[in-house]
Ligand binder design. Structure first.
Ligand SMILES: *[C@@H]1O[C@H](CO)[C@@H](O)[C@H](O)[C@H]1NC(C)=O
Ligand SMILES: *[C@@H]1O[C@H](CO)[C@@H](O)[C@H](O)[C@H]1NC(C)=O
Ligand SMILES: *[C@@H]1O[C@H](CO)[C@@H](O)[C@H](O)[C@H]1NC(C)=O
Length: 769
């Protein structure tokens, strides 16, 4: 054959290959997983559990009674068994969506069809926005992308997010995932994010767009510190700390957020693994709070409580104990292997299994999983085009802007005018990072804008990393100093990443890792213009050195700011956005980490041994920065309009507090429901830039029952144009907001003087009977 023929054949062959490949790509778009596919199997129509006109309880009961014991056991684990004779396919329960649809968890993956999803800032930064409507807006965007991915077979419907554990200790590697150290902020974050994920647009109050999960219940906040790991840690928690610190976010998540799931943790609480504690699960979550949904174990908590903690003698006993405690689903395979044995051994009856799987099935029914083809349901039209939309990516940038905290700003430093400053030296191991910006429990983002790219969009930049990575064992000073000496301004972007703080990795040190501090100080010495220090981290950093160094003119904390983090950082630095973030956690000095064992979980200080307590509510020592710190390019002024001086609490006649002098009253027995008032104030933006501002209302209760020195009672974020003012009204519910938890874990109304404060405004309120 001639070479021309050869070439023609080759061309035909290539075209054929191309056609095959591209049709392959199309067919790779898989189908969503669902049950009751009556379209392809009309016989299913006659099964009651597939009948959408019936109530969920009836459908669940019908389904359960059709299953054999072995089939039932298959529905106790995350990789739930299929029952093809009933048209039920295998379902993978484990998906994650902490700050965007994530690939952590086998239920979700990215492919050519959906190569990435919008990656919002890590939660600790979003929390710093103190903007509850933002929390919910992010949840809505994430659930839309999740549904879109489900429709093309790339995601499940059950997402084990958010993480609402209290960020009790600054060293915790997973603190970045949480909304910080305050129970009220965590409650507001959790319930708003859950609503955003779960609420359907058709108003069906019991339906679920996707199912969220509040985790890890409870008092979980040690991953791996000096050899003590989460699988073995026994948190010794007082009833008081449990009542006013660890439980409130979960309670709010279940009651206010109506979450579809709670996950129990690995650790023990007071000697009992949480996943086998009937008081915590059946008692509190299901009994008191009335969870409408399922309780799932961490992966694989049941195996951990048997193998690592040796809490039970046999695996069957571990299976029985956790199911009887109220656990419904096991992340892992342990219950799949050992539940049958538990039943045979008489440790568990089938009715307990029925109860557990009924909770799981009911959740899937609320999601429409048993309603036939999801593409014919409310969210059926969502698909790849609804993931990474311009709107969602803009929201990711907006969330980062709203969270970024300005901690220091000397006169004449920020914002940098992009016309006056012609060149900026960008220095530091986090100056041009991508994955670092999205923290853990991440997905593949739509795209990244690194800090360097964000800044370069406005001015000419030079760049030196200064260290080969954040560990920074040897800083490369010379090149960094050279570019700082010749640029009009210097931006140093330092901090941490997952090699410093992560799941299974707590910190020992609160200072900047390695030689980062040296890099910052040496560069600042020779910089020609203002020096902007940007800390990218989840946990706090002891940067006292920078706070007191006059050559460092501004400090920003940017958390892990998400896929658009670099653009948001530039927006703040150049004044396109007026910063309004406030710290959601205390910034402790290194001395705290040297003195306080991470494993001492007590919130309250102990004068007898110098233990300083934890978080702004109790900690009595020095801070580097405090909860709520955060500056703006404007200043804001308050004027109190209205605050009550005296509130009477009605008491039944003959109550013993009429005769004896009570210091406090039980909340439960009192008729203080709907007893509340408003605090009204005027807030004025005194500056020349418009911007948002969060008003915090704190209360200092009378000092009885070891009450907190102050605690957040409410917050409200307002937007104000330059030189304008507005009225802010903060609602206070006397029983909910002004009560304290006593030593036995009971909520009490402390009688006497409560001091309410907003900034430097103080107002005394007397509570009397
Ligand atoms: C599960 O599905 C597989 C293949 O889809 C099938 O072969 C198997 O029989 C199913 N198992 C049950 C218990 O129905
Ligand atoms: C900055 O990071 C981006 C994304 O990884 C990369 O494409 C670019 O080359 C980096 N820039 C420099 C100057 O190293
Ligand atoms: C809160 O966030 C929402 C959503 O991004 C935004 O529209 C609103 O302006 C923010 N509120 C304030 C006061 O900044």
């Amino acid at each position: 054959m001639g070479s021309a023929q050869n070439r023609a054949l080759l061309l035909c062959f290539l075209i054929l290959v191309f056609l095959l490949l591209s049709s392959g790509r199309v067919s790779r778009q898989s189908l969503p997983v669902f049950a009751c596919d009556v379209g392809s199997n009309p016989a299913l129509q006659n099964l009651e559990f597939c009948d959408t006109s019936l109530g969920i309880d009836m459908r669940v009961a019908d389904l359960v009674k059709r299953l054999t014991l072995q089939e039932k056991i298959g529905f106790l684990v995350n990789r739930a068994g299929n029952v093809s004779r009933l048209g039920i396919p295998m379902y993978e329960w484990w998906s994650e969506a902490l700050h965007g649809v994530s690939y952590v968890g086998p239920g979700t993956r990215f492919s050519k069809v959906v190569p990435g999803a919008t990656s919002f800032p890590q939660v600790i930064l979003t929390a710093a926005s103190f903007n509850a409507s933002l929390f919910e807006a992010i949840g809505r965007a994430v659930s839309t992308e999740a549904r879109a991915m489900y429709n093309v077979g790339l995601a499940g419907l059950t997402f084990w997010s958010p993480n609402i554990n209290i960020f009790r200790d600054p060293r915790w590697g997973r603190g970045q995932e949480t909304p910080g150290e305050d129970p009220l902020l965590s409650s507001k974050y959790g319930s708003a994010y859950v609503r955003g994920l779960q609420q359907k647009d058709d108003g069906d109050p019991n339906g679920l767009k996707v199912a969220a999960c509040c985790k890890h219940y409870t008092a979980y906040d040690v991953d791996n510190w000096k050899g003590i790991d989460r699988f073995h840690f026994n948190a010794m928690v007082s009833k008081q700390d449990l009542g006013d610190t660890f439980q409130p976010p979960f309670k709010s998540c279940v009651i206010d957020g109506n979450v579809a799931s709670v996950m129990c943790s690995y650790n023990q609480v007071n000697g009992k693994p949480t996943c086998a504690d009937p008081d915590l699960l059946a008692g509190v979550i299901r009994g008191e709070w009335k969870l409408n949904g399922y309780i799932v174990s961490d992966c694989d908590s049941i195996e951990v409580l048997y193998k690592s903690q040796r809490y039970t003698e046999t695996p069957e006993e571990a299976a029985a104990k956790s199911i009887l405690a109220g656990l419904d689903l096991n992340c892992g395979s342990f219950l799949g292997k050992h539940t049958a044995g538990a039943v045979e051994g008489g440790l568990l009856d089938e009715a307990a299994i029925d109860k557990a799987i009924s909770n799981n099935f009911a959740t899937l029914m609320r999601l429409g999983f048993f309603d036939g083809d999801p593409r014919k349901q409310l969210y059926g039209k969502l698909g790849p085009k609804d993931v990474c939309t311009t709107e969602h990516q803009e929201l990711a940038r907006e969330a980062a802007r709203q969270g970024i905290v300005l901690l220091k700003n000397s006169p004449g430093s920020l914002p940098l005018s992009p016309t006056a400053f012609k060149s900026v030296a960008v220095i530091g191991p986090n100056a041009n990072v991508t994955e670092t910006m999205i923290g853990n429990y991440e997905g593949t983002p739509c795209k990244y804008t690194t800090p360097l790219q964000g800044l370069t969009a406005s001015v000419a930049t030079t760049y030196q990393p200064g260290c080969s990575n954040v560990v920074c064992s040897t800083a490369q000073l010379d090149d960094a100093k050279n570019i700082a000496a010749s640029a009009d301004a210097t931006v140093l972007i330092v901090g941490a990443d997952k090699s410093i703080e992560a799941e299974k990795l707590d910190r020992i040190d609160l200072r900047l890792p390695g030689q980062q501090q040296l890099l910052v100080t040496e560069v600042a010495k020779v910089s020609k213009g203002p020096v902007i220090l940007v800390i990218m981290s989840g946990g706090c950093m002891d940067i006292s050195f920078a706070k007191s160094d006059d050559r460092i003119t501004s400090i920003l904390w940017v958390g892990y700011p998400g896929e658009a983090g670099g653009a948001a950082i530039a927006d703040v630095i150049f004044g396109y956005f007026n910063p309004s973030g406030r710290l959601p956690m205390t910034w402790y000095p290194q001395s705290f980490a040297d003195m306080v064992p991470m494993t001492n979980i007590m919130m309250r200080p102990d004068l007898s041994n110098g233990y300083p307590g934890r978080t702004y509510r109790f900690y009595t020592g020095e801070t580097v920065y405090s909860f709520g710190d955060g500056l703006s390019y404007s200043s804001f002024n308050y004027h109190l309009i209205q605050a009550p001086k005296l509130v009477f609490i009605p008491l039944e006649e003959g109550h013993n507090c009429h005769s004896s002098r009570c210091k406090s009253l039980e909340v439960s027995e009192q008729r203080c429901q709907n007893l509340g008032f408003d605090i009204q104030l005027r807030v004025k933006n005194m500056g020349r830039m418009s911007g948002s501002h969060t008003v915090f209302l704190f209360s200092t209760p009378p000092s009885i029952h070891n009450s907190p020195q102050k605690h957040l009672v409410g917050f409200e974020k307002v937007f104000l144009k330059a030189q304008t003012e507005t009225q802010v009204r903060l609602k206070v519910d006397v029983c909910k907001d002004l009560s304290v938890v006593d030593e036995s874990g009971n909520r009490k109304i402390a009688l006497g003087q409560h001091v309410l404060h907003v900034g430097s405004l103080k107002s005394s309120l007397s509570l009397r009977i």
